[in-house]
Design a binder for this molecule. Sequence first.
Ligand code: BGC
Length: 804
Amino acid sequence: MKGWELVYEGYEPMQEGVRETLCTLGNGYFATRGAAHDAAGGVHYAGTYITGCYNRLSTEIDGRLLEHEDLVNMPNWLLLTYRHAGGEPFELATTEILSYRQTLDLRRGIVTRDVRVRDRKGCTTRITSTWIVHMADPHVAALEVVLTAEDWSGPIEIRAALDGWVQNRGVEIYRLLASQHLAPIDSRAVGEDSVLLEMETVRSHIRIAEAARTRVFDGDRPYAHGSAAITRPGFAARELSLELPKNRPIRIEKVVAIYTSRDFAIAAPDIAATERIAAVPTFATLVESHVLAWERLWRAFDICVEVAGTSEPSTGVILRLHVFHLLQTASEHSADLDAGVGARGLHGEAYRGHVFWDELFIFPLLNTRMADITRALLMYRYRRLAAARRAARREGYRGAMYPWQSGSDGREETPLQYFNPRSGRWIVDNTHLQRHVGAAIAYNVWQYFQVTGDVDFLGDIGAEMFLEIARFVASLATYVPERGRFEIRGVVGPDEFHTAYPGAHEPGLDNNAYTNVMSVWMLWRARDVLDALPRDRRHDVCKKLALGDDELVRWDEISRKMWLPFLDGGILAQFEGYDRLLELDWADYRARYGNIQRLDLILESEGDSPNRYKASKQADVLMLYYLFSSEELRTLFERLGYPFDPSAIPRTIDYYLRRTSDGSTLSRVVHAWVLARSRRAGSWQIARDALASDIRDIQNGTTREGIHLGAMAGSVDLIQRGYTGLELREGVIWINPRLPDPVERLDVLVRYRGHTLELTIWGDVLEVKAIEAAIPTIKLGVLGTVIELRAGERRRFALREAQS
Ligand code: BGC
């Protein structure tokens, strides 16, 4: 199936980690890594993660107690092993593999593994395994294993298990940390073909129940077998014994139901799991309804791109892979779960499942396709507004200070220290000083509102968050009379290589340009947020927040008088004093180390620090050109009384591109975006690297610990918004396409204020079709002209003049 499959030929133990991550199946409620069901341990890591299920543990490191909250690895439901009666279980690692092929079918959300093996007894067996995590019923997963004894027959034993003795051991550098999050509660047989396992997280006391039903078929007919339940604390299995006939496929179906005590509309997780498993249909019926659910999602989310001269896997497959994993992490099923979207998906344990500012890269894609999911994810932030207010007050500020890393209750989860495997040292982590995370939330609120026009959301939820974050940054700003301007001191910008001045005792930097400009934008937009509300709602919000005119006047003043640092040539400085840092000898470091994406770890291991150099991990100043058009930046600069020189933009881009190691996968999305208009060839070069982030594991080993969801969603958004020049301003949807040369055709769907628009771009042509809907016309801006587009209407534009 061209354009819809990821195919792995051959068993490559060293590649298993990455394959498992990329073959993860999920539905927004939970996800399970694509690990072999018949192999545990070694190179395999079978993780299952349920949205929002965190647990806290403490570990003593260097005499200090380090408390950490992790997204918990849940009982492994996938296990299904077999052996000749009385023999050793079959193991991929010790068996002669005759052929091996694993396929991820993106259209249908199915993984299939087809293996032929010859075991020590000389028996050749074909094992075809297919599994799903159900997209319509979020509590159900299913595995089918077809065994064919090609040249033998005889008795075998099959074990279909639920294993609760799993730990969080998926990330190498966390191995020193406590990892036993689950304790056994119950395991028992349920009926004659099922078992139930119940576990509980040790601190957050979330109960998890998994029930599994295992049946055997010859074609569609039940196949005779013995079945016994094996239950002990933390483990429940069915052991089946049967005669495997020669050359006749025998099918084993294992269907699983998963519930937790966080679910709605259940009496108790074990009751829910037991009842569900008793009524769950056959594997084939489940696959049917699962595929139907994916069909519906693809109707809303598909994106088609034709790129000249690409090799497999093609750009089209990668874009679908990215959309696929986004929808498996955040879907309609996550909406009720009070969960944010973790930076590494539900695909592994890196960053412990925490939520960062990566939403800034993820929400735009959701906004234009299924904005209800964005709304639900913004609710995760809203429910933690009180925690953010408390955090601000604790530090002597006003408003809401959101944490850099967020987990279950919205407190700061950034660890105090992180481990550098190069030096073997624990390093103090000051990245929690990234106060700009609140700006990302405010920006997301505004963008969601721009796309949907959802005034109810803005009035009831969005405005309160936005204004409280604005209030926080206003309280961060201090007036410096000598400059006649406001400053924000002691923060860290998006570039995590710079957390302090060289030799300083205290962490933090002054006047990080990104933080300052984002603060100005919020304090200026605050008026628009209020103006967008009906009078009574505006009144209510202001009353609730005790937000009076005097405060708004002060915000207005700060938004006109914020200090911005500059380098020569009108280039924005990353922060005050950046000009005094040393230039790094990039060529020398590349020659000595090859991959220098994590230059911070390299420098630390040399007893040095990136704080001394003009060397960034990721886009920082350039984030501004990613988030704002040059017209918007002009408005902000003019407001601040700084000259806005458009010719400084390419200089600024070049300056920072040369000084950035791209140690975060987010960075390439930004760089490709900012080059999209000026240097299309260069942009595409970087875009291809951004698209390769996970499929080629370009960070040398981080993909096995989870996907990079920001880069995944951001790279799709780069194609759909960046290269189509899609902007939402003043109630108009603007489209100004500039496809990079190798991209020959692009088809995207965009939802905007109730309309579904089909955009097709090829050659010099843009076609926009408003798919039928009984709603008012919208304003569409192309080639500088705004037209009214009616539901059902199709318009074609010649783009040549726009691109000259
Ligand atoms: C980046 C952050 C990002 C985090 C999670 C870090 O490496 O520097 O910007 O939020 O990863 O993706």
